[in-house]
Design a protein around this ligand. Sequence first.
Ligand code: ATP
Length: 359
Amino acid sequence: MAGVVFSRVRKEFSGFTAVQGLDLTIEEGEFVSLLGPSGCGKTTTLRMLAGLEFPTSGDIRIGDRVVNDLAPGERDIAMVFQSYALYPHMTVGRNMEYPLKKRGLSKTERKAKVAKAAEMLQLTELLDRKPRQLSGGQQQRVALGRALVRDPQVFLLDEPLSNLDAKLRSYMRAELVELHARLGRTMVYVTHDQLEAMTMSSRIAIMLAGELQQFAPPQEVYRAPANRFVASFIGTPSMNLLDGQISCGDAGWQFTGPGLSLPVPALNDDAEQGAACLGVRPEHVHFGEGDLKARVQLVEQTGHENIVVLDLAGGGRLTGRTPSSQLLHMGDDINYRIDSTQAHIFGPGDTGPRWNAVS
Ligand code: ATP
């Protein structure tokens, strides 16, 4: 088994910097997701690890080897692509066997490895079919199987579930988690889907414009986002982010924004009075209590809960969630409370850092 280390890795494409000075250490056996919006550099990062792109500067290690100058075939990795990249004229069995044939394994060894991987992925019954005779989910499993037979040190997966429908995606997420637990191999997974990253990863590396914003376990990224961008990217419905001002008086720090003013937890030494952003998760907005006032703008029923959007007096909007038993209607004037012990204060700007410690 092997971990992966990126040290000050930078990638430029004719003057454009796609990845900027990336430092990232992935431990042996971890499942790490590279997460971020389109164009943030996650695929370029994965392709550099695969040997399909070469870093402009910096080092990449797999285990104790610097792999910068090694061809993909020498890196002991296997990659699964979004497109599956199966050979249409070959059966499932031949598709899975192909990388082993290229490596010169005997027919007996090849058959044994394919049979084992097929059993693990429930493909045994399908070995004689051609890819066009398979569903999307089955094709994806064959692509995984082809990676599995190689028994690589590191699996690289580039948005492997994005061509599947929602139900199958959720099923395959669980399958991947189980596969990872069984194999114990290092897996690096590229996605722009925060739910995939949250549900599967031991740690998530969140990127924006080629820069790493936070690298932490899912719960930490959710509870203690490093900055405003991470806060907005993780969670559904997303965190409320209200622009306003913070000031420090005898009673401590206070946030004043559109239609609300509230005390906020102690801020760290970097905090400056003036422009700031209040971040509140929807579950920390409580309806029918407290002395803040707003009008219900929208109630979305999801079944087990309602998503409620409030119009604040000063022109802002705030989203909360309530049990479906708590009846609220559009147009209702209500009282609400924000659990300020759970609120975040971010400095100004898209990557404005969090200024409060979160317990
Ligand atoms: P997506 O989710 O859309 O695949 P991504 O986060 O994986 O996005 P990358 O594919 O890594 O992003 O691309 C990062 C940036 O580098 C983008 O602005 C992209 O246009 C640029 N880029 C990627 N490959 C090349 C290339 N071969 N030549 C020039 N620019 C490139």
